[in-house]
Write a protein that binds this ligand. Structure first.
Ligand SMILES: Cc1cc2nc3c(=O)[nH]c(=O)nc-3n(C[C@H](O)[C@H](O)[C@H](O)COP(=O)(O)OP(=O)(O)OC[C@H]3O[C@@H](n4cnc5c(N)ncnc54)[C@H](O)[C@@H]3O)c2cc1C
Length: 301
């Protein structure tokens, strides 16, 4: 593949071929945030995402809210919705009941996760009669019904993993148990994703590994997020946002440019699907999609 030619293409040139996007939202805590969530979904929906996913709050704290939003996206808005589901703080039968409920409502896509340790604990503890790992949950979901299952992947290795190889073996177990794709934890350098993708392919993982992309506008906040999940924040990012603390408008322009370029590099390496962590905001992701040539089917200008 002649990368030199492709990487020097202007970023403003839309991506070629069929590009698929998906968007991740989290259940809001307040009425005002809920309003903003639906405004964001309404803005991004015309871009015909492959799916919209809704997270499951830490410790299963948003079980009902996740369910309500997923159900509304799927049944009221007519968009394919993916419900995140974790093993945390629930018995197997409670988790199975949530899954059965989704199936009976026509929700077929689950993002199956272990979840993080509950508040004030640093080590994950299996709930009594609960699932220990995401691979166990994937297998159980497949026994319940023929769900379309997505799992998490870690280009920079999950913080609790014994080694990079052990983490990759775990991803393979999740795929072998029935998952049909993985979405990555966020990371910031395209090479980080591409090296991981190559290692996954070499390990016999042959389902799509969709890059999980977090557009950064708030550098300080990202440092916090990244520390928790072990993502490396490159030095160039600090330089890029230096002096912009009080200038959110410029930060957004910078963020859109960085992500559009990132997606272009990935596409030159054969990646055609992108998952955006929206943080429940639509404008930035909408702009990025626009730069990438992903347009609403309804626009006529
Ligand atoms: C795309 C994406 C979406 C997410 N959405 C949510 C969400 O909605 N809600 C939420 O609470 N969290 C979410 N998370 C965070 C996730 O729950 C945490 O990263 C969690 O710590 C691990 O979940 P997992 O599904 O990757 O776990 P697993 O795949 O079970 O792995 C957990 C750890 O255990 C290790 N491991 C697995 N099997 C074994 C074994 N047999 N022996 C020894 N070690 C083993 C793995 O290497 C890894 O270190 C998300 C993460 C991603 C990337």
């Amino acid at each position: 593949m002649n990368n030199t030619k492709k990487l020097t293409m202007p970023i403003a040139r839309p991506l070629s071929g069929t590009v698929g996007v998906s968007f991740e939202f989290f259940p809001p805590n307040t009425k005002k945030m809920e309003q903003s969530l639906w405004q964001s979904i309404d803005r991004l929906a015309p871009l015909s995402p492959d799916f919209i996913s809704v997270t499951y709050g830490a410790g299963g704290s948003t079980r009902e809210r996740t369910h309500d939003i997923v159900s509304q996206i799927q049944n009221r808005k007519g968009i394919s919705a993916a419900a995140h589901l974790t093993c945390v703080a629930a018995s197997k039968s409670e988790v199975n009941a949530v899954a059965r409920n989704y199936w009976s409502e026509g929700v077929r896509h689950i993002v199956a996760l272990r979840g993080d340790p509950i508040k004030d604990k640093t080590i994950y503890e299996t709930e009594i009669n609960g699932y220990t790992y995401a691979a166990d949950l994937v297998a159980a979901l497949k026994r319940i019904a023929n769900f379309d299952i997505t799992v998490a992947a870690y280009p920079e290795v999950h913080p609790e993993a014994q080694s990079a190889k052990a983490d990759l073996d775990n991803l393979k177990r999740k795929i072998d148990a029935g998952a049909s794709r993985a979405i990555t934890q966020f990371y910031f350098e395209a090479e980080t994703y591409l090296n991981f993708r190559d290692r996954a392919v070499a390990a016999g993982i042959n389902v799509p590994i969709i890059p999980g992309i977090l557009p950064v506008t708030n550098y300080k906040q990202v440092l916090k997020f990244a520390k928790i999940c072990g993502a490396h924040v490159p030095g160039w990012m600090a330089d890029l946002f230096a002096g912009l603390n009080d200038d959110p408008a410029t930060r957004r322009l910078v963020a859109a440019t960085v992500v559009a370029e990132h997606c272009r590099v990935l596409q030159s390496e054969g990646i055609n699907k992108f998952h955006f962590y929206t943080l429940n905001q639509s404008d930035l992701v909408y702009a990025i999609c626009h730069i990438l040539g992903i347009r609403s089917a309804n626009i006529d200008d």
